[in-house]
Structures are given as C-alpha cells and as structure tokens.
Design a protein around this ligand. Structure first.
Ligand code: GLA
Length: 727
C-alpha cells in the first residue's frame, strides 16, 4: 500500500518520492512534504507552525499557531492566511470567509474516475492507492473533498478536489484550484513554463522566482497556444539530467491559471486550476462541483526524468481505448498542397502518391463540405461540397481506399460560420451575449457546446457522416477563441459557468464519439497546438502540435512540448520548401529527421518533388515504420537544447535499453568553432551498440561518458543514428 497513515497524517509513496500531509491540533490540513522519499515520521513536530508579527491567531487555536505562516494543503480565502487561496466561495450572506477543517478520511485501493472530466486511471487496483480527505467549514457547511492518488509504478501523484454545498442556501464558487502546494523555504528557485503563440507554441521559459505572485493563464476558452497548462518548479542547479524538479500538469482544456507565490518567508505556494477570472459556479444546497485533476511529478534527477514520468504515465494511463497502444498511421494531409482548392481527382491523385511512397492514410482537410471555398462559410453544414465531391463522400472514400490507403476527414465540430444553413436555422446556438454583436475570429462563431441540444445535433450530423463511409481517422480542429462568453441556455446567476460548461460539453461529445467509434483515430488540433493538453490527450491518439511545419522551428516546438508530452503523440509533417510559414529552405534529410521521430506525416504534393527527393521521402517513411514501435514506447533524453545555440539533439531509448535512436541537427554552421561533442544517455554502459547503417560499434559507457565528435558543417544539417545492442 503506497499510503501510510500516521495518527492524522499520511505519507503517500511513489517509487522514488513521498508526499506527506497532516492535520494540526486546530484541525487545519498542513502540507508536510513533497519530494525525495522519507520514511513515515512526525514531520509536524519537526516543523511547528511559529507565528511572526502580524500573524492572526484563530479564535480557538493555540497561542503560537497561525495559518499565516503554515505550509497549507488547501488554503481558503479570507481566513488568517493572506496568501493566494485555493478556494473562494461567496456565501449566501455575501461574505466569503471559509475555514476548512479536517472531518474524515478514507483510503481506497486503486483510483476512482472523475465524473464528467478526463483523468488518469488504473487498470488494476494494485497500480495505485487513493486518499480522500474531507474538510468542512462548519458555519457554512461547505465541504471540500480532496483526492490524492499515488501510483505504484510512476513517480506521480494525481490530485483533484470536489466542493460540496451541504448548507441550506445557494452559494457561488468563485475559485477552486485543483492543487495548491506550499514548498518549504529555499526549495524552488526558478520556474519553467511553456509559452508561445500560433505557429510558435511551447517555447521553454525559465525565470527566477521573485517575491509575490508570478503566473501564466489562459482566458481564451481553450488551454491556448500562448500558455500550456503545465509548469515546473526548479530546485538549486536543476537542469536536464540533475537537480530537484516539481512538475504540475493540469488535465483540462479550458481557461486556466497557474500561479507561484513566493511569500514573505520564502515559502513557495504553487497552484493550478480553472482560471477564476470570468468563472463563477452556482452551488445549490446539496450540489457539488468537481474540479479537474492535476498530475504532480517529482524528480530528483532533473527535467529529463520528470518528462519521462509524464510520458510513461500519459501514454499508458491517460490515453485510452483500443487504439491507445496501436501504431499511428502515416497520413498524407492535403492542406498545404491544395488549401481550399481541390476536387475529387486531385485528392485521388494525392492518395495514389501517398500509397506509392508507403503512407497509409489520406487525410482530407478543410473545404470538403457545404460551399466552402475559403474560410468564410459553411462550418456546421457537414454535407459534401457539391462541386468538389460531385459523387458524394462515400465515392470519395471508396476511391481513396481503392488506391490502398485509409481515409481521414477534417471537422471543426464546435464552430459555425455566419454564412451557414446551420446558423440560419439556429441563430441563437452560439456562445454570445444577447445585448452585443459577437466578435468574429477567422470569420466564425462558436457553438455553445454547454447546451445538450446544440452538441446533440452536431453529434448527429458528424456521426451520420462517419456511418456513411469507412472513415478511420478524424481531425478535430478549433480555430478561434471564446469571446463575449455567455449562454442563452443559462439563467443570469449561472452565466459565469458558460466557459467551463463549453469544455464539459466538448468532453461529453468526445466521450460519446469514442464510445460509438472506438476504432476511430482522432487527431487533436486547434490551429496547431492551441489545445494541446492532457484533457484532449485522454480522447485522442495524436495532436497536430503546430501549424508551423518548418523543421527548424519545430525543433523548439517539439522539444519544448516534450517537457510534458511524449513525442509519440505529436504529429509532425514532412512539408514543402520554401516552408509555407517561415519561408525557410531546409534539406530533405533535416525535414525527415525532425518529423520521423514524432508521428510522421506528409503535407505536400509528392508529384511536385524531384525524383531524388521523392525517393528520400519514401526512405523516411520506411525508416519511420521500422522505428514506430521504439518511438511508441521509448524513453526520451533531450541532449542539446535548440534555444542554447547552434544545435539540437535528442535520443529515444528502448525501455530495455537494447535499441536507441539519436538525432542531431546543426542549426547554423560556425566557421572554425570548437569541436562539438555529443554524449548519450540512458544506454547500458556495459553493452556494445552497433550503428545499423554503418555497422560501426561502440560501448555504452564510451557513448555516454565520452561521446562522439562528428562533422559540423552545413546549415540545417541533420544526422541520425539507429543503435542496436550488438553483444
Ligand atoms: C487549422 C489547422 C490546419 C488546417 C486548417 C484548415 O489552421 O491547424 O492544419 O486544418 O485549420 O482550415
């Protein structure tokens, strides 16, 4: 049992970490420890809560105790703790005081699902233990049920919280963070988060922690291109392969806030959850609110070990369904070769080309429906475009399949064009404020998926299409953000629920879709990586992580995203040069190497390639096929950071260390520079590894402790090695 109880204190154990919390004499829940393993012991005694000047003392508390200085486990608003609260409730009398005290707890074998929200899971009870602690504010009868799951096979703790109104009057929940952790003095020095923009997602940002609050957030209705719902706290000297790291990953796809507060005594309070801005949830007597899960990962061996824990856990216990462990198909997507201008023969020709190269699927992107010839119309009218597909969708799908590849189709289920039959029939189905004219984004509006009747109708239309033809792949896109957020389906006192209800609606839709079409491979996309988060990972097999297909840009985007997400769920396409987003010309070998370590796809017209490049692309497809099993289960080591200078390198090692793939990309060549050495990680030092291309072999210890020096000329030059155990 990885949870040890110790007289109103608990130690949660993962293979290499402990998480401990205890109840104070006053009944407050105190955070004790999250870090390297500690055998259960009374840490409360070792860290008495001492007061300082201006620290308020609870009326019933001992003289020297104040929540003001206590490392708290779930701090509430307007009590005697002046730091950022994890929960804030406006009570029926307009006040917002909440003083949550311990009531009870229970231990559960395994892990129970979170209703209505995606979460990590176990397949067998022995894989985890769960601790549930019930806290109560006696005057208002507001309860918080905190849930902690410790995994036996992963250094991860999943935390979530449910707020219940057990009182007799309605209240408004204004803030609830899924996790709030107070790390002791001088633990974390810096924090890392992933920031960016459209076509420039998941840039790694590391900053020192200063006094006060530092935060990242999304107010866009989706997790966003700008900030990913993830951050890590970094201890002294922490970097890729060393130092203490505490990771926070929120399993949620909507507005979020992550905030790190360094308090007056250098305690670090780290929190993440639904963004309180614009959020308010009415809780009637007897009602409860379930906040999303946050996955906490501690690593004593740097960022690399943290990432590998997230990768293993997310691949096996967040992704779900019968396709979870299957190899993702190599798709040719027509978007950058045709944009909106295509017809059935164009698509069939692309399918033939795809097949000839060894690809496995033709993914028909935007523009196949309604009268959509640009981005100004038809979203919501999910019927085949009469001119482009005159014989209908079934004929298109059959034609494509006759060439020997499967068929995938693009949808933007949450969207509607003002110029559409759908909106003309249902003008009030969008997220909008009745008194205002709605803003347009990419000429489109958002359907109010918080309303069952709206999503049911869209579901009916999309399911009908999926039933009408053998479609094995769906790309779910989302190309604008939520504005003028309001729902005609909600009364005035519930308008603050609209954005979260939209996210819940998307999840409900995806639950239904994956239940009815379990063999459908779903690609998650929101103008690239605008909604690349663990919530969407739970329903989808891969994500189109950026509209930027340039190999050099992709180095930072992919390696940034790999802090928390495995490369094996990231779609990466071999595309044309000059690149459509940045105009850069990179060699085929570089485009191949950067894409083939993720889920390889193609986004160009192969007929337009010179014979030589076509052959090279076919070789990348062949290699990717051979590497796919390794990529799907391998452990990532980031070797050279593209942000640090002129090169990027990373490697993927088989869990049994018998095989590895190593990639190196020189970004800009430097004349007469120092020789560059590449040291590998994760191999078995005592084994000999052979390069499958050249037959050369080296010992693991030499590769890891000494490393290679290799030619360093040429801008954008890529090298790769496939190593196999030789002895
Ligand atoms: C978004 C996606 C692209 C493509 C277009 C189609 O930008 O990210 O991959 O599907 O929409 O309009």
């Amino acid at each position: 049992m990885p949870i040890h109880a110790l007289n109103r204190a608990w130690f949660l154990e993962t293979p290499q970490s402990s998480y401990a919390l205890g109840v104070t004499a006053t009944g407050h829940l105190q955070h004790w420890h999250w870090g390297a393993k500690i055998a259960p012991t009374d840490l409360g005694q070792m860290r008495p809560v001492l007061i300082r000047s201006f620290s308020p003392i609870p009326a019933d508390g001992p003289e020297m105790f104040s929540p003001d200085t206590m490392p708290a486990e779930f701090p509430s608003a307007s009590g005697a703790d002046f730091r950022s609260p994890a929960v804030e409730v406006e009570l029926a009398d307009g006040t917002a005081c909440l003083d949550l005290r311990y009531q009870s707890h229970r231990l559960i074998a395994g892990k129970t699902p979170i209703e209505g929200l995606p979460s990590t899971y176990v397949e067998h009870e022995e894989e985890a233990s769960t601790l549930q602690i019930e806290l109560l504010d006696a005057p208002s009868q507001i309860a918080a049920i905190l849930s902690y799951t410790a995994f036996t096979g992963h250094d991860a703790i999943a935390r979530s919280v449910r707020i219940e109104n057990r009182g007799t009057k309605p209240v408004r929940l204004k803030r609830v963070f899924c996790a709030s952790i107070d790390l002791p003095e001088a633990s974390a020095e810096r924090w890392l988060h992933l920031a960016g923009s459209w076509a420039r997602e998941t840039g790694v940002n590391i900053a020192p922690l200063g006094p006060g609050c530092q935060s990242i957030a999304s107010r866009r209705g989706v997790s966003s291109h700008q900030h990913n719902p993830f951050f890590a706290l970094l201890g002294h000297g922490a970097k890729e392969e060393q130092g203490e790291v505490w990771g926070f990953s929120l399993v949620y796809s909507g507005n979020f806030l992550a905030t790190v507060e360094r308090d007056q005594f250098a305690l670090t309070r780290a929190q993440i959850g639904i963004n309180p801005e614009g959020f308010a949830w009415q809780l009637l007597p007897g009602a409860s609110f379930q906040a999303p899960e946050v996955v906490l990962v501690y690593s004593a061996a740097g960022l690399g070990a943290m990432s590998r824990t997230y990768h293993r856990l997310f691949r096996t216990r967040l992704l779900r369904g019968p396709l979870r462990d299957t190899l993702r198909p190599i798709a040719l997507n027509n978007w950058e070769s045709t944009y909106f201008t295509f017809d059935a023969p164009t698509i069939l020709a692309l399918a033939q080309q795809a097949r000839a190269l060894g690809a496995e699927l033709l993914m028909l992107d935007d523009g196949w429906f309604g009268k959509r010839d640009d981005d100004k119309s038809s979203l919501g009218d999910w019927t085949p475009h009469a001119r482009k597909l005159p014989d209908g969708l079934r004929a298109m799908v059959d034609g494509v399949r006759a060439t020997g590849v499967e068929f995938g189709l693009w949808f933007e289920p949450e969207m509607v064009s003002p110029d559409s039959e759908l909106l003309r029939a249902h003008p009030d189905w969008t997220i909008h404020s009745a008194a205002r004219r709605p803003s347009l984004g990419r000429n489109q509006l958002i359907l109010d998926f918080g309303r069952a009747e709206v999503r049911d109708e869209i579901y009916r239309r999309i399911a009908a299409i999926l039933h009408s033809a053998p479609i094995t792949y769906l790309k779910w896109d989302m190309n604008r953000h939520l504005t003028e957020v309001a729902s005609v389906g909600l009364p005035p006192e519930r308008q603050g629920e609209a954005a979260h209800r939209h996210v819940l609606g998307v999840y409900a839709f995806l639950e239904r879709l994956t239940a009815e079409f379990p063999q459908l491979c779903i690609e998650n996309c929101a103008g690239g990586g605008g909604r690349f988060d663990p919530g969407m990972l739970a329903y989808t097999q891969l994500t189109w992580i950026s509209d930027n297909t340039d190999a050099i840009s992709r180095l930072s985007i992919q390696l940034g995203a790999s802090l928390v997400y495995p490369l094996s769920v990231m779609g990466a396409h071999y595309s044309a040069v000059p690149n459509h987003q940045v105009g850069r010309v990179t060699p085929p070998a570089t485009r191949g190497a950067v894409a083939a370590g993720c889920v390889l796809g193609i986004m160009l017209d192969p007929a337009k390639l010179a014979t030589e490049e076509r052959a090279e692309l076919a070789r990348w497809i062949e290699r990717h096929k051979a590497w796919r099993p390794l990529l799907a289960s391998g452990e990532l080591h980031r070797l050279k950071d593209p942000r640090q200078g002129a090169e990027a390198a990373w490697m993927i090692v088989a869990p049994d260390q018998s095989e590895a793939l190593v990639f190196h990309v020189r970004i800009l060549a430097e004349p007469h520079g120092p020789f560059q050495r590449l040291r590998l990680y994760g191999l078995n030092p005592d084994w000999v590894y052979r390069d499958t291309a050249t037959g050369e072999s080296w010992r693991g210890d030499a590769l890891m402790r000494h490393g290679w020096i290799f030619p360093d000329t040429g801008d954008f030059a890529a090298h790769h090695w496939h190593l196999r155990r030789a002895d």
